[in-house]
Design a protein. Structure first.
Lengths: 132, 664
């Protein structure tokens, strides 16, 4: 089989996954898209491993070993990811990524930014007392 | 044991006592009193043994160099001649008396352990100064005494007077110590050694290049330590410390260290005529000015403080006319009777509940309450006024005699001008000394008015010590003036007829005039009732004293002055009284000349720091802050936006790599 077929297939898979990560709203679907991207990489690894072993008489099959490694990592990652999504869904009642914006730089007075500002101000006040 | 071993133990024992006292003060309070008294007493015994073995013969010298220290070597050296041996005995005696007295005086004081340890440390430092044969080792003791004085003056640190006085004492003496240090370095550079014997050898062979400069620099340190004009202002204020401390440090020993230092290095000072004249002028101004000021003080301890300054002036005067034997003789007798005066004043303050002479002159029968203090203080005041059989007479006559000797042309060491200055100032001061001694005695013991308060008998530890010190005050001079020349340089110390008659005559005149003035003014006593009495007269002596010092200023408006029309000093001094009470406004002058400029400089630096430097610092922070604000706007919290940015970045990088790789 020519190398172009698996390469094109993996590129398609990767683009699908990328689209899913960027466009889907549901966290579970985003995680599934990540899996697609990972598997596109795996496909590439296996295909190039075969190609290399043919042309360069490479006998170590490091591409296959790396694929197995990636699969194991991906399994662990999806397990943790799904657990997080479940916990978030239980707490918030939603798994919509657009609504999970706790790390944003907010501008309301009781946000983390104003806290930091207040801490900075009190720090300045203490410094002024110490020097006075 | 060899004499050297004994001499090493003398400063070492009080030092170990101080360390042990500081360590055990909290954990084992029962050991504090023995640890304070016993090492000092042992040091006294050993110092007496050293003196007996030395016996005025050739000086005991021993030296060891612990480690090489560069250009001029510093050695742990002893140099015990007759001066050192006798002064060490005096230091040991006064320190032992003060330690014993303190056990009674600070009976209930919570800070007694640290107090006793500091007094022991001070004693050790003073003995080190006395015995040291190396100028740098001497300087170590010199500075340790300074810091002990600072802590002990500030013993009642709850009162603002004590805090201010301790700082002032420290800063003013340090002002003298800086030129002193430079002078020591210059001396060692010229002489090639810090050893006193080698320095004196270099002086004798005339190999010193700058004797005047060195002598004047050293003189500054001596003026600071020995409270000579113009650096004497710290000593009257230092009376805010406890009375035993005043007796030990600010009367008998530490302030005498400066005089003792000149006595040790007298040939160096004699090498410079200018330095001797400066010393004579300094001594004369100090003597006369301090005696006038003493006549106007209201606080009994401040009278004694100014009197100490004046007596130290006599010693400097004796040195200025080139006779260290007379100076150290006066140092010894003055140490005994001035320590006695202070300790007796402590008893009086405790019994009367006030330190104000104006208040005491309105108490009847104070002398019957404290007969020990009355009799011993009378002896000490007679010694201070130099009335014949008492020890002060012989030592003061030795000083005046040698000044007269120089005036009449026997000027092998000293310029005749110095002799005249010292002689005239000494006689003027003798009148004034007798006058203020008489005034002190009359106001304290011959008061009339309400009955003096009765607080029962004074502690035995406080009264026995007075009698111990009364013995040398009474008899030291008469026995010593024949023996001391063997210990000192061999010059005769017996009083000459002219100066004896003159000195005693003017002293009697001063005393009689004061008595007449007192008879004249004492009728006014009843008219003005006065305050400044301690709130807890039944407390222990130290508490009474602290309260008395704290109440003086609220009661009279000034720490040294009382508006008392019944004061004979006011009649005698006339319009001068107001200025004398304020120490001739020297403090105000220093305030204008030094304190104000320093404070103005400090506020300028504060302005520069707060307004100028801080502005730059804030400005430097502004740019990063704006950048941060701009970058923060990208922080939307949407993960997909971040990933999109990541993708865009990756694509850009990949395109760039491809372009570079293809060489386009």
């Amino acid at each position: 089989m020519h190398l172009a077929y698996p390469a094109v297939l993996s590129a398609l898979l990767f683009c699908t996954g990328l689209y899913g990560v960027l466009a889907r709203r549901n966290a579970i679907l985003v995680l599934m898209s990540v899996e697609l991207m990972l598997n596109a990489v795996n496909l590439n690894l296996v295909a190039f491993d075969v190609w290399l072993s043919k042309t360069a008489e490479e006998t170590l099959h490091s591409g296959q070993a790396l694929t197995l490694f990636t699969i194991a990592i991906a399994a662990a990652e999806i397990g943790i990811g799904l657990a997080i999504v479940l916990a978030v869904h239980r707490n918030r009642g939603t798994a919509d990524i657009d609504k999970l914006r706790d790390t944003s730089e907010r501008h309301d007075p009781d946000g983390p930014d104003s806290d930091a500002l207040a801490a900075e101000q009190s720090g300045e006040a203490q410094k002024a007392e110490a020097t006075a | 044991m060899t004499t050297t071993t004994l001499a090493v133990l003398v400063p070492l024992l009080p030092f170990l006592g101080a360390v042990a006292g500081l360590l055990l003060g909290r954990t084992a309070p029962g050991f504090v009193r023995p640890l304070a008294v016993l090492p000092t007493l042992t040091a006294l015994v050993l110092a007496a043994l050293v003196a007996a073995r030395q016996g005025g013969d050739a000086a005991v010298d021993a030296a060891t160099e612990l480690t090489p220290t560069g250009s001029v070597p510093i050695e742990l050296a002893l140099h015990i001649d007759g001066f050192a041996a006798l002064v060490a005995v005096l230091v040991g005696l006064v320190a032992s008396c003060v330690q014993i007295y303190s056990t009674g005086y600070l009976r209930d004081d919570p800070r007694y352990p640290s107090y006793a340890a500091l007094v022991s440390l001070f004693t050790s430092a003073m003995l080190l100064v006395v015995y040291s044969g190396d100028l740098i080792v001497l300087l170590v003791g010199w500075e340790v005494m300074g810091i002990c004085s600072y802590f002990l003056v500030g013993h009642y640190w709850e009162t603002p007077e004590a805090r201010a006085a301790s700082l002032k004492a420290f800063l003013v003496t340090k002002l003298g110590d800086v030129p002193f240090l430079i002078g020591l370095f210059a001396l060692a550079t010229d002489a090639g050694s810090f050893r006193i014997t080698r320095v004196l050898g270099a002086v004798a062979s005339g190999s010193l290049d700058h004797p005047t400069l060195i002598a004047l620099l050293l003189l500054a340190g001596v003026a600071g330590k020995s409270a000579q004009f113009p650096l004497h202002t710290w000593l009257p204020d230092a009376m805010a410390g406890p009375t035993p401390v005043s007796a030990l440090i600010h009367a008998a020993t530490m302030v005498a260290a400066g005089v003792y230092f000149i006595a040790r290095l007298l040939p160096l000072f004699e090498a410079s005529q200018a330095a001797m004249v400066v010393l004579a002028v300094m001594a004369a101004v100090t003597m006369a000015g301090s005696a006038l000021a003493a006549l106007a003080q209201d606080d009994i301890k401040r009278v004694l403080a100014y009197s100490t300054i004046g007596q130290l002036g006599y010693m400097s005067g004796a040195l200025a006319v080139g006779d260290r034997g007379a100076a150290v003789f006066h140092l010894l007798s003055h140490g005994a009777f001035k320590a006695l005066l202070f300790l007796a004043a402590g008893v009086i303050i405790h019994a009367a509940g006030t330190n104000s002479l104006a208040a005491m002159s309105r108490m009847r029968n104070l002398r019957d309450r404290i007969p020990d203090a009355y009799w011993t203080m009378t002896v000490a005041l007679l010694a201070l006024a130099a009335i014949p059989p008492f020890s002060g007479f012989f030592s003061k006559e030795a000083v005046l005699g040698v000044a007269e000797h120089v005036v009449t042309g026997h000027t092998e060491h000293a310029p005749a001008a110095a002799g005249w200055i010292v002689l005239v100032a000494g006689l003027v001061t003798a009148v004034l000394t007798a006058a203020y001694a008489m005034r002190l005695w009359l106001l304290a013991f011959r008061g009339r008015g309400a009955e003096a308060p009765d607080h029962g008998r004074q502690p035995l530890t406080m009264t026995v010590v007075l009698w111990v010190l009364a013995v040398p005050s009474l008899a030291l001079g008469g026995f010593a003036f024949r023996l001391l020349p063997d210990w000192f340089d061999g010059r005769d110390l017996s009083p000459t007829l002219t100066t004896s008659v003159l000195g005693t005559g003017v002293a009697l005149v001063g005393g009689i005039v004061t008595y007449a003035a007192w008879r004249h003014t004492t009728a006014l006593t009843a008219r003005v009732p006065l305050g400044a009495v301690a709130a807890h007269p039944e407390g222990d002596a130290a508490q009474v004293e602290a309260e008395a010092i704290a109440t003086h200023e609220p009661a009279y408006g000034d720490i040294a002055y009382a508006p008392d029309p019944a004061d004979p000093g006011r009649l005698l001094l006339g319009p001068l009284h107001r200025h004398a009470a304020a120490g001739f406004h020297l403090d105000a002058l220093y305030r204008t000349l030094f304190v104000r400029p320093v404070q103005a400089g400090a506020s300028l630096v504060r302005f520069l720091d707060r307004e100028v430097v801080e502005t730059y610092v804030r400005g430097a922070g502004a740019l990063p802050r704006w950048l941060g604000t701009a970058v923060r706007r990208a922080q939307t919290g949407n993960v997909q936006t971040y990933v999109s940015a990541l993708l865009a970045g990756t694509v850009v990088l990949a395109v760039a790599v491809v372009l570079v790789a293809t060489g386009a």
